[in-house]
Each structure stands twice: as C-alpha cells, then as structure tokens.
Design a protein around this ligand. Sequence first.
Ligand SMILES: Nc1nc2c(c(=O)[nH]1)N[C@H]1C(S)=C(S)[C@@H](COP(=O)(O)OP(=O)(O)OC[C@H]3O[C@@H](n4cnc5c(=O)[nH]c(N)nc54)[C@H](O)[C@@H]3O)O[C@H]1N2
Ligand SMILES: Nc1nc2c(c(=O)[nH]1)N[C@H]1C(S)=C(S)[C@@H](COP(=O)(O)OP(=O)(O)OC[C@H]3O[C@@H](n4cnc5c(=O)[nH]c(N)nc54)[C@H](O)[C@@H]3O)O[C@H]1N2
Ligand code: SF4
Ligand SMILES: [Mo]
Length: 741
Amino acid sequence: MAQTVTTFCRICEVLCGLEADVENGRVTALRPDANHVTTHGFACPKGLKQHQMYTSVDRLHRVETRDGETWSQIDWDTALGEIGAKVKQIVGEHGPNAVAMYVGTAAGFSVLHPIFAQGFMTGIGSKNMYATATQDCANKFAVARAMYGFPFTQPFPDLDRTECLIVTGANPVVSKWSFLQVPNPAKKLKSIEARGGKVFFVDPRRTESAKTAGEHVFIRPDTDVFFFLAFLNELFAQNGVDRERAEKYTSGIEVLRRLTERWTPERCAEITQIPAEKLREMVSTYRLARGAALYCSTGVNMGSRGSLSFWLQESINAISGNLDRSGGTLVGKGVFDFPAFGKKTGTLLRNDRSRIGDFTSVNDAFPGGILADEILTPGPNQVRALFVTGGNPLITMPNSERLKHAFSKLDLLVTVDLYKNETGSLAHYILPATSPLERPDLPFIFPLFLGLQTEPYLQATHRIAEPQGEQRDEATIYLDLCKACGVNLFGSKAAQRTMEWARNSHSKKRPGKQPSLPLEGLLSGLLRLTGQGSFQSLAAHKHGRKRPAHASGTFLPERVLTDDGKVNLAPESLVSEAERTLEESFEAEKLNRRRLKLITKRATTTHNSWTHNLPDFVAGERGTNYLFMHPQDALERELSQGDLVDVTTPTHSVRVPLRLLSDLMPGTVAMPHGWGHQHAQGLSVARQTRGVNVNLLAADGPNSIERIAGMAHLTGFIVEVTRASGPQAATWSGLGNSTKT
Ligand SMILES: Nc1nc2c(c(=O)[nH]1)N[C@H]1C(S)=C(S)[C@@H](COP(=O)(O)OP(=O)(O)OC[C@H]3O[C@@H](n4cnc5c(=O)[nH]c(N)nc54)[C@H](O)[C@@H]3O)O[C@H]1N2
Ligand SMILES: Nc1nc2c(c(=O)[nH]1)N[C@H]1C(S)=C(S)[C@@H](COP(=O)(O)OP(=O)(O)OC[C@H]3O[C@@H](n4cnc5c(=O)[nH]c(N)nc54)[C@H](O)[C@@H]3O)O[C@H]1N2
Ligand code: SF4
Ligand SMILES: [Mo]
C-alpha cells in the first residue's frame, strides 16, 4: 500500500519541502509540498527526480574494492579491517598527516556527515583536510573571520525589505542562492521590484536571473575587485558613509578610504567596462535606498581576487550603515549562537600552515589547489592516503589531469559515495552511503546553526526510504573507521565508547538491517541541547516549524567577535595584499583587455558533477556541454555555431562544439562544469555523454591559487579559442581528445 509522507530535499540550499509516495520502503513519486511553511510548493526537476537517481542500476549496493583493473564486492568487516590496517601502517611509518580527506558538497547537506568525518580526522590527528570551500566560498570564510571575528558570521541580504539589491556573480534563478535559504528565488526577486525596489545584476552574462527581474550590468570577467573599489571610492565621494554608525561599530575606515582614493569610477571602468556614469547611478541608488544590500557569490569567489572583492563588498555594506539594518544585510541566529561557541572553543579557528605554499588554513582546511602537490612532493607529511566523502574532486577541482595523476600515486584512496564516479573509479575502496532519502536529518548547518534563511524555520525528516543494499550512513561509517584504525572519534575515548555503545545497542534492535548509530537520537540530542525539543516533536510538524523572524540591530552591538568588538574594515592581511597586488593586477588586466576570458555556467538540471547519470537530464542537446561565445567574437574568428573548437590554456586544451550566445559580454566565453564522465566506471548513462571537463583547463599549484583563502581560480581566466585542427579535427569525444599543452 502506498503511503504519503513529507520530507525535504537535501540537494541544494532551498531545502524544498517535498511530499513522497512510498511503497514497500521505496519512494515511487515526489511532489512539491504545497503546505510547507516556507517553500510553499516550490521545487525543481532535480529534487523531484532524485529518487530515480537513487534507484539507478548504478547505485552502489555493496562495498567495492579494486585490484588493478578488477573490481570485487566485499563485506563491510573485511573492508574496514583492510582499510584500518593500511591506515595504521601509513600513520605508523609516516605520521598522521599522511592521511588526508576531501569533504565534498554532498557532505555539507547532512548534519552528521561532516561532524563525524571531522571526528575521524581529528581522531587520526591529521591536519590535512580539504573541502569544496576552496572551489566555492573559502574567501567568504577567511574574510568574515578577519572582519567579524568568526568565519561563519555571514551577513545576508534582507530580501523581504530591501529597496536596492546589487547581485554580483550569482545567478539565483538557476542556482537558487548560496549562503542563504530562499524559498523561491525568482519570486523573491520579482517581489523586490513589485514593491518599487531596484535590483542590479553585475555579470558578464545576461543571466536567467537578470531576465527575471531588475537591470543587468555587464562586467568584464574577474575584474570585480575594481568594481568594488570604484563603488567605495564613489560612496566616499557621494558622502554615503553613515559616520555615526561607522564610528561606533567599525574600525579602520580611514585606511579603507585611503586605499580606495586612487580607484575612481573612470579609472576602474577601463578594466571593468562598467561606464563611470552607470557606476555613479548604482552608488546613488544604493545610497538613497532605505535599506540596500550588495551580495556576491561564486562568480566573484572563484575569480583570482575573491577575498579582496568580498572584503570590499562587506565594507560597503558596513560603512553605508546597511549592515545589521532592516532592508540591508542581516546576521541570522541559528538554534544556538554557533559563532560565540566557536570563538570560545577555538572551533574552526586553527591557524595551520600548509606544507606546500605556506597557506593558512581556512575553517581548519587547506586549499584543494595544492592537493596534487601535497601528494606528489616527497618529504615529511606527504599525503599518501585520501578519503573522499560526498565529492568528486577529479571533475570539480582545478587541473584535473594532474590531480588524476596524483591520485594514481596514492597508497590508499577511499571514497564514500552513492556511485562509482570518476574519483571512485581510481579508488582502492568505495564505501556505499545511504542517500538523503534513506536517512533522517535536519536542515544542514547553515540554516540550523546560523539561521541563514530568509524565513527562519526548522524541520526534521525521518528516513523515508529503505536502503536496498548494504549502504550505511556516513556517521556510522566514520565511527566504524575510527575503530578500525585504532583511533577515537574527535580523539576522545569517551566519545568513541559512547557512540560505539549507542551503535551496537541500536543495531541490535534492527535485526537484518545494516548496523547504524541511532541517528534520530543523535539529532534529538542536538535539538534538545539547543532548547528545540525532541526530533520526534519537530518531525510531527510535517511541513516545518517556523522560528522567530530575524531582527535587525542585534548584531553590531553584541555579536561581533573581533578583539575590540568592532567590525574590522582594514584587516592587516587584506590591506597588505591589496597594496601588494592591485596596481600590478590593474596593469595586467589592461594588457589582456582583448583576450577571451572563460566563465562558468550552471544549468537547472545539473548539480556540479553528479546529475548527468539520469537519462532525462542528458537527453538530446543536453548530452554535452558547449563552449558559448558571443556572435561578434565568433565572427572575428570565422567560427560558427556547431564548429568544433579547441579551448586552450597553459595547463591544457579541450575540444568542444561551439554555441553562439548573444547574452554574453563580448570577450567572454562560457563553459559549464561538471562534465567529462567518459572514464567513470560506475555511471553507465553519464559515461556515454560527450561533455568535457572544463577544469582540465584551470591551473593548480601554490602560484595559481588565490593567496588569502587559497581559492582555486575557476572563472574569468584567459583562454585561446581556435577552430579544431590537426589529424583528429573532425572528432571529439570528451576527455579522449583533450591534450596537455
Ligand atoms: N569550473 C568550475 N568548477 C567548479 C564550479 C564551477 O562553477 N565551475 N563549482 C564549484 C563548486 S561551487 C563546488 S561546491 C564544487 C563541488 O565539488 P564536489 O563536491 O567535489 O562535486 P559534486 O559533483 O557536488 O560531488 C558530490 C558527490 O557526492 C555524491 N553524493 C550525493 N549524495 C550523497 C550522499 O548523500 N552521501 C554521499 N556520501 N555522497 C553523496 C555524488 O554522487 C557526487 O559524487 O565544484 C566546484 N567546481
Ligand atoms: N542547477 C544547479 N544549481 C546549483 C548548483 C549546480 O551545479 N546546478 N550548484 C550549487 C552550488 S554547490 C553552489 S556553490 C551554488 C552557486 O550559486 P551561484 O554562485 O549563484 O552560481 P552560478 O549560478 O554559477 O552563478 C555565478 C554567476 O557568476 C557569473 N560570473 C562568472 N564569472 C564572473 C566574474 O568574473 N564576475 C562576475 N561578476 N560574475 C561572474 C556567471 O555568469 C553566473 O551568472 O549553486 C548551487 N545550485
Ligand atoms: S531547488 Fe531543487 S535541488 Fe534545490 S532543494 Fe529544491 S528541489 Fe532540491
Ligand atoms: Mo558550491
């Protein structure tokens, strides 16, 4: 008998409320939950078809291990025993830092997964953590720590009240926002306009978002820092500083003013190609609004100066009086004051230095862009074992070819995933994880601990589907890995013992099922500790339970965690980086004005690298990525739609078909990421697609990544595009035709 239950999606930050038909432990249909307290019936094709991804023939049912080219299935005890023995040997011979971990996006969308994965690494005693953050948002964390005292203090635009929203390098209509949960992004943008507010999108492409609401302003890729500099310069010129608030709540404004003095709108326009008059108009609209906010995302983060850019953006919001102001930016509160807790306990505040490149850790993790070097460079603390959890670095990190070579040199590579993806195809062991629908959860850490939600609410979902094989949840996997490796979760004997006891007694109550920690019990503990009642009582609110709305005026007076309690507008590290690099960058940009720059482009049916295995999502023209080019640039190169082109950087060259797109700014080409599945042994649909991995083109290594946060440079880098030539000019088949340059 089919049963209808509610749950919520855990693929992207909207966390859409869903209604599911379940039959014999299997989800047969998913619909948007029209009665959800905030998402009110919003959902997207990925979320609504996810059950098909989880029941695909390619889903891993058992642990797999590889010996040379041969894969075999083994039981958990054997696998854990072998992995444990290998880790012990590696740690014994080379020390704990020889074991590294890469935490992928999927880990971030569950509450317990990242906590237990970190617990395992702390148990091992290794500092070699890597995460998607340095492909995504580590600049925001590094800057927030410098300005506000804690990396997770992340102001967000007050979308329901703002009169002026300036979005740089984000496309919320497709990507559904980041660092903020917004129930229905397109609707929210339209409602700003409907109440007379102004919206600007600063982007090298006229995006789906810009077509939905507001005004679009072209910017030359990877020049955002000069946009923000000019904005600040003009804000000072227009007397747009809220002196009283700045005096009371911030420090360093004079340093900032001096730093921006030289960067007039006219001067910056040479690089950004935003006309000075347009910039002045934007500044004055921003200044005159009763509540205005600048927001940026990956289009800025993944450029070469993401930290400087975000710092300047945050400074504008602060000195104009918009930080912590209704209609400006707000700083949310989660179920407890996580930043205060973190500050007190030193959580995520280590200052480790990387062996390669001497980078400072951000959120206790190192830049992914040095991982290949950390593996390939001999010496003490060289990485020899790697755990990849809920990620696919071989597609999503820079210089994929080199990374692949590095991975092939590892003594031990273990992935924890739903599929044998590109990374898993090189692994020694793949541990099959439960899918989101197969485990209970709460909204992930941003909404839960930080309240990064436009309309705060909480929700608890039970497991709604039963695993059809031997899959286990990640919390249990990492607890068991601790045991197998002879270490304690978080280095605490008490924690390890208690959790093992909980796991064993819970598992006894579920004969015939895979062993598991009492996940609902653990989540319940978390909720009770924070005064939110039990998991069961929250789950009884089938459509979510509202929390108090955010209040402005609650951050600046009491929650800034810098030493003097003021927002630091001039952190030493950022000021010196600006002084050291800006003039030089400006000159380099001038020289490169006529060269093509390549940017990112997301699509509704893709999610980084892992939704191309669903036939619906790769049917017909969607079965590949393309290089998108403005018709004028194509004409200059005598190229036309459908031509095969070689896209080349000093790192690599790839061959793809050309698509003309007049929404692009001339001088800009775009190529979607997440493709290049031809070597994924366990993705039978995706491996037939012809798309090419754009990250083959991106450079890695200490000199190619951003200095402050270690961000990989994945958007706005220079490429050459030429008609495909050579003996294979007429053929193109994904990775097979990419060449090293
Ligand atoms: N060129 C370019 N590169 C980019 C980007 C770009 O815009 N352009 N974007 C960057 C961004 S923003 C990010 S966040 C990174 C993403 O980088 P990654 O996190 O490395 O990549 P994903 O494809 O998101 O990998 C998610 C993996 O988790 C698995 N998975 C799904 N659900 C679960 C689960 O419940 N449990 C477990 N254990 N596994 C699960 C999927 O099968 C998939 O293999 O890529 C970055 N790379
Ligand atoms: N459908 C779908 N949704 C997703 C994802 C997905 O892969 N597919 N990934 C999820 C993840 S992990 C994340 S982090 C979020 C990301 O969410 P967003 O940060 O909104 O990411 P994008 O949609 O790629 O938007 C980036 C925008 O920046 C622009 N851009 C590129 N280079 C530059 C530049 O140099 N300067 C400026 N100003 N703009 C630039 C691009 O044209 C694009 O419009 O999306 C999430 N949602
Ligand atoms: S927008 Fe789509 S992928 Fe994101 S949470 Fe909603 S249904 Fe899931
Ligand atoms: Mo991301």
